[in-house]
Design a protein. Structure first.
Length: 484
């Protein structure tokens, strides 16, 4: 049995998304929206607890659920709770109730499974008979819909970075057998720092997700029309390329301040999606290059076969825009997260690291670019860091004589870093940059902040480095002429 759910045209005001506050903060408690004293919607019918969670305030409400900020008192952590409204009354629409149950069940089945830094975690699902609810990671920020207005557009390089992170997150989700089917700006959460600057992004709301491994009934023809590809509107089989189209539509909207297709009613909008090409991005905004436009329009191709074949291909295309400086860079010498992630994947040291561990390294390591001639280490200096060369090269000198040139993928300083006492931690050689160099470095403190799994992979990497060094030393002693 297959349910067919009417698509959402996504032309109404933004609905609340679990895991984040509203784009505009609610009025202070005790003050009505018009500024008069009295009860507010935020305080009306506010439960003291939902299950074991102490309710702090209402984050938002939609047609089928309410979202609350709550406190997990046992863990002393804030969480977001998405509580479904009662669907058991005799007057309720049974067909609508079936939809709601399926949407709740789809998300509930993912509790504890989504462990990725760019995916909102579903921590728990409680099937309360009257009002079941989901407990989710709380994300302090706004949705990307906030930045779709022409007066709030993000820098182009930041849009590409956010797109890359979403692509890698959805690649992870797809490997779990999930197709999101409702990628839109309102379901992508922008993480903000204390200054209100966007620092990260998280994919949320998996109620419409298609689980390729599930044997239960799946709801078809769900999503938001403005971001849906033709094959999804038709209700046919979809794969990851449907989500690739949707993310392409989101990037178009973030760049242009308008969606790729816009019409006053559903029929006109569907006609555009089926038959019209999006307006060129160049000319709609300064700085848009031919390469950036080509990447986004490729994702928006009408036929799935004409889009990127998979998330890896889309991610590489987005990353290349930054690496090759095919979008204006707000800060020229900053090492972007997309570049970091892809450089890590290319290095032998990180070959056994999974995506989640690689993102840990992206965020925890210190990434630096050094000019030619820079002294990375000096002889006699006590070692407190090790570097892995992601790009460029360094030269090693002993007593003024160059003894080695080390390039991409090589670690330097790890012997002093791993040494058991201060005397052995002093560097025995000078190391200078011979080609502009990008390095990944850690201190004992920063390495200690990594997860146990990530630290274990570093330990294995160090062992492999030491084994290679010992083998090279043995070959030098055993066969000096062959080495020379």
């Amino acid at each position: 049995m297959i349910f067919a759910m009417p698509v959402d045209p996504d032309m109404s005001p933004e609905k609340p998304t679990p895991g984040r506050p509203e784009s505009s903060p609610p009025p202070a408690a005790g003050v009505t929206p018009n500024g008069n004293s009295g009860a507010t919607r935020d305080t009306l019918d506010l439960p003291a607890y939902i299950g074991k969670y102490k309710v702090l305030r209402r984050l938002g409400e939609g047609a089928t659920s309410d979202v609350f900020l709550a406190l997990d008192e046992f863990h002393a952590a804030e969480v977001a709770i998405k509580r479904m409204r009662s669907w058991g009354s005799a007057s309720a629409d049974n067909r609508q109730n079936d939809y709601l149950r399926h949407f709740y069940t789809a998300e509930a089945s993912l509790a504890g499974r989504l462990q990725h830094p760019n995916v909102v975690q579903i921590l728990d699902a409680v099937p309360d008979p009257a009002s079941p609810y989901l407990v989710m990671e709380y994300v302090a920020g706004v949705t990307l819909k906030h930045f779709c207005r022409s007066d709030r557009l993000l820098p182009l390089d930041q849009i590409v970075e956010l797109g890359f992170k979403c692509a890698m997150a959805l690649s992870y989700v797809f490997r779990l057998g999930l197709i999101h089917r409702d990628i839109k700006p309102a379901n992508l959460l922008a993480v903000l720092d204390a200054q209100g600057q966007v620092t990260d992004v998280k994919v949320s709301d998996f109620g419409s997700a298609l689980n390729l491994h599930a044997e239960s009934t799946q709801v078809q023809r769900v999503g938001s029309l403005a971001y849906m590809p033709p094959e999804q509107i038709d209700g046919g089989d979809v794969d990851c390329r449907a989500d690739i189209y949707a993310l392409g539509a989101v990037l178009y909207h973030l760049v242009a301040g308008r969606p790729p297709f816009d019409a006053p009613n559903q029929m006109a909008l569907m006609h555009q999606i089926y038959h019209q090409a999006p307006a060129p991005l160049q000319g709609q905004r300064g700085g848009v290059t031919a390469e950036l436009e080509a990447v986004i329009l490729n994702a928006l191709a009408k036929h799935p076969q004409e889009r990127y074949a998979d998330w890896e291909s889309f991610g590489r295309a987005l990353s290349a825009l930054v690496v090759n400086q095919q979008v204006p860079l707000a800060r020229l010498y900053e090492v972007k997260d997309s570049e970091r992630f892809n450089r890590l994947r290319e290095l032998e040291f990180f070959a056994d690291f999974g995506d989640v561990e690689l993102w840990e390294v992206v965020h925890r390591a210190r990434w630096q670019r050094f000019p030619e001639g820079h002294a990375l280490y000096k002889r006699g200096q006590e070692g407190n860091t090790f570097h892995i060369i992601a790009q460029g090269a360094v030269e090693v000198f002993r007593e003024g004589t160059r003894v080695a040139t080390l390039g991409k993928g090589t670690s330097v300083g790890e012997m002093a870093y791993l040494a058991p006492n201060p005397d052995l931690r002093r560097h025995s050689a000078d190391v200078r940059v011979s080609q502009i160099c990008t390095t990944i470095s850690f201190t004992p403190e920063s390495l200690g902040q990594l997860s146990p799994e990530c630290q274990h992979r570093f330990d294995r990497g160090f062992i492999q480095v030491l084994v290679r060094r010992l083998h090279a030393a043995h070959e030098t002693l055993a066969h000096p002429r062959r080495i020379l």
